[in-house]
Design a protein around this ligand. Structure first.
Ligand SMILES: Cc1ncc(COP(=O)(O)O)c(C=O)c1O
Length: 372
């Protein structure tokens, strides 16, 4: 056990393996609500406090990603962040984008939408559920503008080698948009190697529903999203220009971030920092490895790679009746994610060896129920 389940609301006695969907609520978030309520209650001075909280969160996120606080924007969702990045590129017919067929829909759909602008969508087929980084790189050429890749797959749990990926894409002149939603909070994420990083708050980061956009200003000095609002800039000195974008990533924040979510994110990041990402990663890779071995021993078609370097917290196996299997598991008090033809068992810092043993012991019976 890395942390006590009592750090979370209602987690004791629950086998919670759905961090890839929704993590439980930290007890300490109640104090974050209360702080927000007290700050809001002060009226105008509260707005200064909101910005101070946002500044601390940007600092923490920047240090987790190896980036600078000014690179970080807080937006409504990671899907919205993807849209802001895509909207900032002046697409020309004949440009292309590269994405794996089994990628998360928000990136896949957003890139597919570009076909209406004459942009070629280059889809990479996984090989037996495994994404070969070289397959992605080889499809990049002089007209590749953007490659969208999840650091850790929501579907298979595979963790890609970001350094190799970024090198290959950059050597061909493309930009890497990394989705760190299943990575940040559980394994180190080298954001500084990417052009853009997006992440959601409500999964491995243990916070609530907001998005993070990290813009690597060293690699991409200009970012001109189509979404622009009062918060993105100031009035321009030249009246004809109307507005001048802020120099930092605040330019993608069209309006106020949801400040309550920012307070909760700060509370979550404090907690993660107290435990330490390296300790979390070591714990999760060890326990996840044992879970994976148990699933293989049950004869299941495990799609998550064996090597610790190629996985994080999501351990997945293909199953045609995954929705029914998840329902049966839930009826026995075990939360497991089922859907998209696979089961996903997510190991985060609050999951125990006992949880893993319990689920491995229950699975043969559950499988017999849905297969029988
Ligand atoms: C990889 C990935 N990216 C993005 C999202 C969506 O996040 P949001 O609701 O913040 O857009 C998810 C949700 O499951 C996800 O798995």
């Amino acid at each position: 056990m890395l942390v006590p389940k009592s750090d979370f609301v209602g987690l004791e006695g629950v086998v919670h393996l759905v961090a890839g969907g929704e993590t439980p609520m930290l007890q300490r978030h109640a104090a974050a609500y209360a702080r927000f309520a007290a700050d809001k209650a002060t009226g105008l001075p509260g707005r200064v406090l909101f910005e101070e909280a946002r500044g601390r969160v940007r600092q923490r996120l920047a240090s987790m990603l190896g980036m600078q606080p000014g690179d970080i924007a807080l937006v409504g969702s990671s899907s919205e962040a993807i849209g802001q990045v895509i909207s900032s590129i002046a697409w020309q017919p004949g440009d292309n984008v590269v994405v794996a067929e089994h990628e998360f829909p928000s990136g896949l759909f957003a890139l597919a939408r570009l076909r209406d602008l004459g942009v070629e969508l280059r889809l990479i087929a996984p090989r037996d559920h495994y994404l070969e980084v070289d397959d992605l790189i080889e499809r990049c050429d002089g007209r590749t503008r953007l490659v969208y890749v999840s650091h850790v797959s929501f579907r298979t749990g595979q963790r890609v080698d970001v350094a190799r990926l970024a090198d290959g894409i950059h050597a061909r002149g493309g930009a890497l948009l990394l989705d760190a939603t299943h990575a940040l909070g559980v394994v180190p994420v080298p954001g500084d190697l990417c052009d853009f990083v997006v992440c959601s708050g409500y999964k491995w980061l243990l916070a609530t529903h907001q998005g993070i956009l990290a813009w690597n200003r060293r690699r991409q000095p200009d970012l001109r999203p189509l979404g622009v609002g009062w918060r993105s800039g100031d009035e321009a000195s030249d009246p004809a220009a109307i507005y001048a974008l802020h120099a930092d990533a605040t330019r993608v924040e069209v309006g106020n971030p949801n400040h309550l979510d920012v307070y909760i994110l700060e509370s979550a990041l404090d907690y993660l920092a107290e435990v330490g990402i390296d300790r979390i990663a070591a714990y999760v890779l060890d326990l996840g490895g044992r879970l994976r071995t148990g699933l293989v021993a049950l004869g299941l078609q495990v799609t998550t790679p064996e090597s610790a370097a190629e996985r994080a917290g999501n351990i997945c196996f293909a199953h045609p009746r995954s929705v029914q299997l998840a329902e049966r598991a839930l009826a026995r008090g075990m939360q497991i994610w089922g859907g998209d033809g696979r089961m996903r068992l997510s190991v985060h810092l609050y999951v125990t060896q006992q949880d893993v043993d319990d689920v491995l012991a229950a699975l043969p019976g559950l499988l017999a129920e849905v297969e029988g």
